[in-house]
Design a protein around this ligand. Structure first.
Ligand SMILES: Cc1cc2nc3c(=O)[nH]c(=O)nc-3n(C[C@H](O)[C@H](O)[C@H](O)COP(=O)(O)O)c2cc1C
Length: 393
């Protein structure tokens, strides 16, 4: 947004706010996502093939920027082959594809749990044709996992939480503390999945971790190319949300009105001081300040298999939190591997692991960093693309 446009926007603010009130009061514009965009959260409807039924649960997995980067091949009977969609990656904020592969781990875990619910045990082989290379640039179409179905599975108690799971992208209630016992329960769920968990709800430790969230968020927001990555994936209003059913979905009356009035420029990061700038900053500052605890997951090294395993453990931790009524929200900025983030990447490893940032794939690496707390309102389900979009022909 250029300066002239900003002045016009600032001048139009009062009109916009009044119009929003009128529109919202009339119930014309609701913030609720269009029903079609969130259909996935009803689970498998009309699906009879057990693999497709399980996939209907797996597509609700948490994943960075809600890109939903999964592709499956079902042509081999009794087998599901999982691939990554090369068009659904985040080259600026996730240049190594680490977060994308954590999203594959989450998908895989939900798939395995949903197969077990139908009595099917999954024999998972990661990287049957070798691991994807270290940089996104060298990624090709080799499978992430081959899943062979067998009989005799035992149901997983977390199955019932899959369709209730939500990522709370909102401020937490600062009047409600998270107990040390609840943190231990969460960490135990990740440890059981083979990860190295950590965390803190100690008042003395929280300020430094909150500051890490806020300072690293500012780097992502103020680095034009990383900010633009998010802007390009932003969907505003029911029409865009329904069309894409992915990315960052914004549906509040205010943002829709601003967009309709041409105030939301998709071609440039919001100028310092503009309403868009302030909204983005306020969101991250609120999230950081209202964190009532933190948890993190690390792996002994940083191989592709460890990244996938981190995703499997992460979603189990979030399902456990769902069962407990506790919010778990990733704050991934400090763990991102782009150059401008390096000081925060280093500090994150010092603060959480008491050691420097990894220098090689053999060093302990933080994979997930999340804030914990209780939400004040119900968290909406996020859009998902239809099942057919994930199944390779
Ligand atoms: C590896 C990974 C990193 C993520 N990082 C962030 C983050 O930094 N900020 C955020 O708001 N959500 C983050 N998320 C959560 C996703 O935004 C969320 O899963 C996605 O929007 C879908 O929403 P849902 O989990 O409610 O279904 C992350 C998820 C994963 C798996």
């Amino acid at each position: 947004m250029n300066r002239r446009k900003f002045i016009w926007v600032a001048g139009g603010g009062a009109i916009a706010a009044a119009s929003v009130a009128t529109v919202a009061a009339g119930g014309v514009w609701s913030s609720t996502f269009p029903a079609g965009a969130v259909q996935a959260w009803e689970g498998p409807v009309g699906e009879t093939d057990p693999r497709r039924r399980a996939l209907a649960y797996a597509i609700t997995a948490p994943n960075p920027h809600n890109l939903q980067p999964w592709q499956v091949d079902l042509r081999e009977s009794g087998v599901i082959t999982l691939f990554t969609d090369p068009t659904r990656v985040l080259p600026e904020t996730d240049p190594l594809g680490r977060q994308i592969l954590i999203g594959h781990g989450a998908f895989l875990e939900l798939l395995v749990v949903a197969l077990a619910q139908q009595g099917l045990a999954a024999e998972v082989t990661l990287w049957p044709q070798g691991e994807l290379p270290a940089s996104l640039k060298g990624w090709d179409r080799r499978p992430v996992a081959r899943i062979v179905l067998r009989g005799g599975a035992v149901a997983d108690p977390l199955f019932g939480q899959i369709l209730k799971r939500r990522t709370p992208k909102s401020d937490f209630d600062t009047a409600r503390a998270v107990s040390a016992a609840d943190l231990q329960t969460l960490m135990a769920s990740a440890a059981a999945a083979g990860l190295l968990p950590g965390g803190s709800v100690e008042p003395a430790r929280l300020p430094a971790l909150r500051e890490l969230c806020w300072e690293s968020a500012k780097v992502e927001l103020l680095t034009p190319r990383t900010m633009m990555e998010s802007i390009r994936l932003t969907r505003v209003g029911p029409r865009e949300i329904l069309k894409h059913r992915d990315g960052i979905s914004l549906n509040s009356p205010f943002i829709r009105l601003a967009d309709t009035a041409g105030m939301f420029d998709r071609n440039a990061p919001p100028a310092e001081g503009s309403p868009g700038y302030k909204a983005a900053m306020d969101r991250f500052s609120g999230h950081s300040r209202s964190a009532m605890g933190f948890a993190w997951l690390s792996t002994a090294g940083n191989s592709r298999s460890e990244q996938v395993r981190a995703g499997r453990a992460y979603v189990r931790m979030q399902l456990k939190a769902t069962e407990m009524g506790l919010g778990v929200h990733p704050m991934s900025q400090a763990l991102q591997e782009f150059a401008e983030m390096q000081p925060h990447f280093e500090r994150a490893h010092q603060l959480m692991l008491g050691k420097g940032a990894p220098r090689s794939a053999g060093d302990e690496t933080l994979q997930m960093f999340v804030r914990l707390g209780y939400t004040k309102a119900q968290v909406p389900a996020t859009p998902r693309r239809p099942l057919a979009k994930f199944v390779a022909a």
